[in-house]
Ligand binder design. Structure first.
Ligand code: G4P
Length: 532
C-alpha cells in the first residue's frame, strides 16, 4: 500500500492525469455488453470475449434483468470495471439499459468525465440514445460516438454523419472512416495518418482482431473501388469542416466518430486509443457553490449509487463513490458530509469482473464500493480535511404512482424498513400524506419497471411481500407551501410530502395541471428538485 506520508501532490496529479472515467450510452441491443467485453479483451484484462458475463445471463427481458440484478455478476458489470491500457487506468461505469431507470443513468453520468455514444449502424440514433445524449449534453460531458455493427448491412456512413449533426447539434468529426460499405467492413482509413488499417476476422471474434497497417498507395492497389470511394468521402469531411479538434470536442461542439464491429473486435483498439489520447482525465470538480476542489487536495468524493443485496450470502449495502480528489485509502476515516460524522472505510472494494476484489487505494476518477454503508445516501459527499459539499443529484419527476401495502400485516416492521432502504438507495421515490394515514407510503416511479424491482426486493431482500394499488395520477410537480395550500381544496390533485421534504402535487392528467395553472396564476410548479 502506498505510504500516506509519502504521497505528494505531484503523485496525486499524475495518477489523476492517467485516469479516464467514462460510461457507454446506447439504446438496448446496440452492443454495449459486447463492446464492454471487447474493450476488456483488448486491454488484455481477460482471456477471451464472453468471460465477463455469460450470454445466458444477459439482459434481454424484464425477468432476465431482475435475475441478473440479484445475481452477483450484473451488479458488478452494471457499476464499474477498471482496467489498464497504455499505462492509463480506464474506469468504465455502466449505465442501466432500460429507459425506466433513467434516474439511475443520470446519476451515473454525474460520476463520469466522458461518454461513449454507441450507435447501431443499421438503426442510427434511437429513442434511448437521444434521451441519454440529452442528459450528457446537459451535464457538458464530452461525447465520443461509435458506430457499431459495421459488419452488417446498415445506413450510409455520410448519411449517419448528417443524422448526428442534425439531431444532436454536435459536428461529427470522424477519426476513422470505413473502407467498404456497411456489411462489407474491410477496415478503416486512419484520418490522422491517411493509412489503411485492415481488419481480419478471427474465428468467433474471440481474440483480438488482427489489424494490419498499409499505406494509401498499397491500399489503393489492394482494395480498389472500396478504397477510392472511402477516400472521396473522407475528402468531403475535411471540406465540411469535420476534422477533429481537441478543444472543440472538450467544449461540446464536436463528437469524434469511430467505426467498429464490437462482435469481431474491429475498431475497438482505436476506441481505447481515443480514450487515452483525447478523453479528459480526472480534473477538479466543482462543489455545490461552484468552487473547484483541486484533484491534489485531500480525499473527497460523492455517492452516485447505492445498492443492496449484491452478495446474497450476507446482505451487503454498497455505496459507490466517485473519488474526486486526493488519495483514498482503505481504513481511512472520512467525514460524511450530510451528518458531519466520521465514516470508517474499512470495507472498501473496487469492483472488477464477477468477484469484487478488495482494494487498498483509489485515486481521482476511480470508483470505490463501500460495503456496509447503510448511512450513505445517493448524493452524499465524503471527505477528509477541508469540508466539501458536492452538488446534490436531481430527482426526476415521477410519472407512475402506486400505494404499497404489506400482504402480511405481521411483517410491518420489515415492510417499513424495506421501503426506507429502497428510498435511500434511490430505487423509488417515497411519498406520504396525512390524509392517507402516515403508514401507507405512496411510491412514485419514473418508469413502471421500478415497481417490479421494489416488489421483488421487498419479497426477497426484506421478507415483506407487498401488493400495490395504482393511483389515478399521471403528473407530479414540486410546489411550495402556498401552492400546496391552494391545491388542497381542489379536485383531481393530491399533495404529498416526499422523504426529502419536498412537497409533491400529483395531478390526474397533464390537462388538469394546465387547468389549475390557468385558474391560479400565482401557482408555481417545478419539474425537478435537486434537494435530497
Ligand atoms: P446491449 O448490451 O447494448 O443490449 O447489446 P448486446 O451487446 O447484448 O448486443 C445485442 C446484439 O447485437 C447481440 O446479438 C450481439 O451479438 C449483437 N452485436 C453486438 N455487436 C455487434 C457487431 O459489431 N456486429 C454484429 N453483427 N452484431 C453485434 P443477439 O443476437 O441479441 O445475441 P447473440 O446471439 O449474438 O448473443
Amino acid at each position: 500500500m502506498t505510504d500516506f506520508a509519502e504521497v505528494s501532490n505531484l503523485d496525486i496529479l499524475a495518477e489523476a492525469r492517467r485516469r479516464r472515467t467514462f460510461a457507454v450510452i446506447s439504446h438496448p441491443d446496440a452492443g454495449k455488453s459486447t463492446l464492454t467485453e471487447a474493450l476488456l479483451l483488448h486491454a488484455r484484462a481477460i482471456g477471451t470475449a464472453g468471460a465477463t458475463h455469460g450470454k445466458a445471463g444477459r439482459r434481454g427481458t424484464v425477468s432476465d434483468w431482475m435475475a441478473m440484478e440479484q445475481a452477483r455478476g450484473i451488479s458488478i458489470t452494471s457499476t464499474a470495471i477498471q482496467f489498464e491500457y497504455r499505462d492509463t487506468v480506464i474506469n468504465l461505469v455502466d449505465t442501466p439499459g432500460h429507459a425506466d431507470f433513467s434516474e439511475d443513468t443520470f446519476r451515473v453520468l454525474s460520476a463520469v468525465d466522458a461518454a461513449v455514444m454507441l450507435v447501431d449502424a443499421s438503426k442510427g440514433l434511437e429513442v434511448q440514445t437521444m434521451k441519454l445524449f440529452d442528459v450528457c449534453k446537459q451535464r457538458g460531458l464530452p461525447i465520443i460516438t461509435v458506430i457499431n455493427k459495421w459488419d452488417r448491412p446498415g445506413l450510409d456512413a455520410l448519411a449517419l454523419m448528417d443524422e448526428i449533426r442534425e439531431r444532436t447539434g454536435l459536428t461529427p468529426t470522424p477519426l476513422t472512416w470505413p473502407v467498404g460499405i456497411a456489411g462489407n467492413f474491410r477496415g478503416v482509413i486512419e484520418r490522422s495518418t491517411g493509412d489503411f488499417i485492415h481488419f481480419e476476422r478471427t474465428p468467433g471474434g474471440a481474440t483480438q482482431a488482427v489489424a494490419k497497417r498499409f499505406s494509401a498507395t498499397e491500399a489503393a492497389a489492394d482494395e480498389g473501388a472500396a478504397w477510392t470511394d472511402a477516400v472521396d468521402e473522407e475528402g468531403l469531411l475535411t471540406i465540411e469542416g469535420q476534422d477533429h479538434s481537441e478543444a472543440r470536442f472538450l467544449g461540446n461542439e464536436t463528437t469524434p466518430v469511430l467505426f467498429c464491429a464490437a462482435v469481431l473486435n474491429f475498431g475497438v483498439r482505436e476506441l481505447l486509443d481515443t480514450l487515452v489520447d483525447s478523453a479528459p482525465p480526472a480534473e477538479a470538480r466543482a462543489d455545490a457553490a461552484g468552487r473547484r476542489r483541486p484533484v491534489n487536495s485531500d480525499f473527497s468524493g460523492f455517492v452516485f449509487k447505492v445498492q443492496s443485496g449484491m452478495n446474497s450470502s450476507h446482505r451487503d449495502h454498497v455505496a459507490f463513490v466517485r473519488v474526486c480528489s486526493g488519495l483514498f485509502q482503505r481504513g481511512m476515516v472520512a467525514t460524511h458530509g450530510t451528518t458531519g460524522r466520521p465514516f470508517a472505510t474499512k470495507y472498501a472494494q473496487q469492483l472488477f469482473g464477477r468477484d469484487g476484489t478488495s482494494t487498498d487505494e483509489a485515486w481521482p476518477g476511480d470508483v470505490v464500493g463501500l460495503v456496509n454503508a447503510a448511512s450513505l445516501r445517493v448524493g452524499d459527499s465524503l471527505y477528509a480535511g477541508e469540508p466539501v459539499e458536492f452538488p446534490r443529484l436531481p430527482m426526476f419527476s415521477p410519472e407512475h404512482f402506486r400505494s404499497a401495502h404489506p400482504t402480511d400485516s405481521s411483517k410491518f416492521k420489515q415492510f417499513r424498513k424495506g421501503i426506507e432502504q429502497l428510498d435511500n438507495e434511490g430505487v423509488i421515490q417515497v411519498l406520504h400524506s396525512e390524509l392517507r394515514g402516515g403508514g401507507t407510503p405512496v411510491l412514485g416511479a419514473v418508469g413502471p419497471l421500478q415497481f417490479e424491482v421494489v416488489e421483488d426486493r421487498m419479497k426477497n431482500d426484506f421478507g415483506s411481500p407487498i401488493r400495490f394499488e395504482t393511483l389515478p395520477f399521471e403528473v407530479a410537480r414540486i410546489v411550495d407551501e402556498d401552492g400546496a395550500e391552494l391545491l388542497r381544496t381542489e379536485r383531481q390533485v393530491e399533495v404529498f410530502e416526499r422523504s426529502d421534504g419536498a412537497l409533491l402535487a400529483l395531478f390526474s392528467t397533464a390537462w388538469r395541471l394546465q387547468a389549475l395553472l390557468r385558474a391560479h396564476p400565482s401557482l408555481r410548479v417545478d419539474e425537478l428538485a435537486d434537494v435530497r
